[in-house]
Ligand binder design. Sequence first.
Ligand code: SF4
Ligand SMILES: [Zn+2]
Length: 106
Amino acid sequence: MNRIEREIKTVGIMINMYCRHRHRSDKPCGSCQELLDYARQRTLKCPFGEDKPVCAKCQIHCYNPEMRVKVKEVMKFSGPKMISVHPMRAIRHFMAARKEAPMIKK
Ligand code: SF4
Ligand SMILES: [Zn+2]
């Protein structure tokens, strides 16, 4: 599994976790599914490819304002829970978040 696939999977886990607790839904509700599809599409189209930084550190911020608010809420809720549920994934994400984001190529 490459970095992009891994990141899509991680964000999916976090959105599912958020939806289960906040929206009491076993599978992503309409709004969370929309966010999941959007995040997946953004990640696949990320101009940094395999050098992709964590989105929170990105200088481009390609998410639209509405989705950005939604994904921030998911991260805030699910981020701290990841370490106990998916420790390896959480550590990988933590390590990636420590890296400097690449500069935008002109
Ligand atoms: S916010 Fe930045 S790192 Fe995240 S997908 Fe968009 S361009 Fe890539
Ligand atoms: Zn939901």
